[in-house]
Design a protein around this ligand. Sequence first.
Ligand code: WT7
Length: 654
Amino acid sequence: MTTTEISSLLQEHRRFDPPGPFAARAHVKSEAEYRAMAARAEADPDAFWAEQARALAWSHPWTKVCDWDPPDARWFVGGKLNVAVNCLDRHLGGARANQAAILFEGEPGDVRVLTYRMLHREVCRFANALLSLGVRAGDFVAIYLPMVPEAAIAMLACARIGAPHTVVFGGFSAEALADRLKDSRARVVITADGGWRRGQVVPLKASVDRALGMPDVDSVQHVVVVRRTNNEISMRPGRDHFWDDLVAAASPVHEARGHDSEHPLFSLYTSGTTGKPKGILHTTGGYLVGAAYTTRMVFDLRDGDVFWCTADIGWVTGHSYVVYGPLASGATILMYEGAPNQPGPDRFWEMVARWGVTILYTAPTAIRAFMRWGDEWPAKHDLSSLRLLGSVGEPINPEAWMWYRKVIGGDRCPIVDTWWQTETGSIMISPLPGATSTKPGSATRPLPGIAADVVRKDGTPCGPDEGGFLVVRRPWPSMLRTIFGDHERYVKTYFSEIAGCYFAGDGARKDADGYFWIMGRVDDVINVSGHRLSTMEVESALVSHPKVAEAAVVGRPDDLKGQAIVAFVTPRSGAAAGDALAAELRAHVAEQIGALARPEEIRFAEALPKTRSGKIMRRLLREVASGAQTRGDTTTLEDQAVLEKLAQSFATDE
Ligand code: WT7
């Protein structure tokens, strides 16, 4: 990059006002309306959140909106509601009953449509099936499925009977599944014979069998198997049941009862700074209020929308914006099982045109891949049904933002760049598409009700354009309640770094207009293609290999993936460093965690650079790893330098 190119990135002056016709019909129509709403929320947060909560159906009213005993929050205290009733039963009274809830398309091209009434029946049946297996309120159920309607049905059935689910992404290995089963003590695993990915079968049931054979995986009593790919699988009598058989015997009638607002709804494992993924715990009332409020506001949902969030249900985006937020809002969602380039690079665009998608929500890494594949692919299809575009998971570089706007959105659709996390449960910082002027690369401002800020290590607010730590000053309904089984880690990770605030782990700056620019993680978490991984997790996987003495893992900027994993490895004496060992180690990491953690590059070193106290000097390794390639435009040089400094101050105070 030339100096002029760099300075143009630092000075992003392009601004896009909400298109007039869009704003005219939007829920929030202008900057003034946004400001009034944010001011109302600021002046009386409880009244504001109570108003949002009243959009849901409660079977018993709450007595207190928020009980905040830092860092512990309880929301809508004493209230009772059923998440599945809010997503389904509530929509059956009128015309919505026969509206499509789920439009499903498998990778091979098979299609299923479930109306709200049909989805309701399937969820009731499966809820009864779970009860017949002895599952009771409070029992954890693990879900390890491809993106098929049964995934949403299983989640909603669990929610209906009050059995918290823990969804494990189908791309995770048997080892990773076993860790999550051990930690959650799940009693049931719901899986499939396989799922389709790039024309191949992902053998999920075989992974479940392996996981259940591992030491200390002893809580699982039943396995439910969806027939999807018809590949050969083994079924253990008494333990394993086919989904079809269970639901055939189950009644489609299930009277739901309300669960306490603070009853656990789900846990979802995500990477932190240590090797052990943490089970982020979300509860019923607050989570659903957050998911529903943000879906309505950020995506400006209206009748007739076809909402396509391309995330897998294995991630929080799939929980909040494939299942809970849209269904609580009575929307029609599109669900797709497979890869974006199967059979060709225009699979998404062909589907947008064929299904008449109006709102598309995807990740920057996908947008960058589409850019690379070329404009001719979207150009082949009529994308005029689209009215709004969303981005999530990592910072979006201004060039990708511009391409998304022009080539996919026809210069007509607003873009919402949404910042949030597994921990926040729902979107925190984002434009409101009818109200906020956008700047390419900025997630703009916090949603009304969200007290996000950028601060220094001592908690004082940063000045304009001063890089600092992204925090949230006040509790919000969909915040995590704890790390499952490790409340101390919850307190330490999120509420000890910056006094009195929730600390997100991200670096950010606010510009003179108060717009947020997220710079990336300041801890040892890396973001590869929008997937969160801890460097320690990958290191543990590497050192579990008999030929590895020591390993250090860092992220380096990558044009396509955002960050790529580089591993520095010292082999044990006698083991020969070289391509063969590198290949063996990459395969080993994929087996230990999943293909998404496979290092892009392995460099062998006789020794790793360490401080006198024996700490690996990651900063140095990051520089070495990044220096080897030309820097992409994914982050500006200034951002890199600031982030580096923040990361240092974060590490030294640990
Ligand atoms: C981390 C959270 C929440 C959805 C999927 C990821 C990064 C997320 C953005 C954005 C810049 C973003 C942050 C955050 N991130 N959205 N719009 N701009 N960075 O959830 O796996 O919990 O990861 O993703 O670094 O901390 P997650």
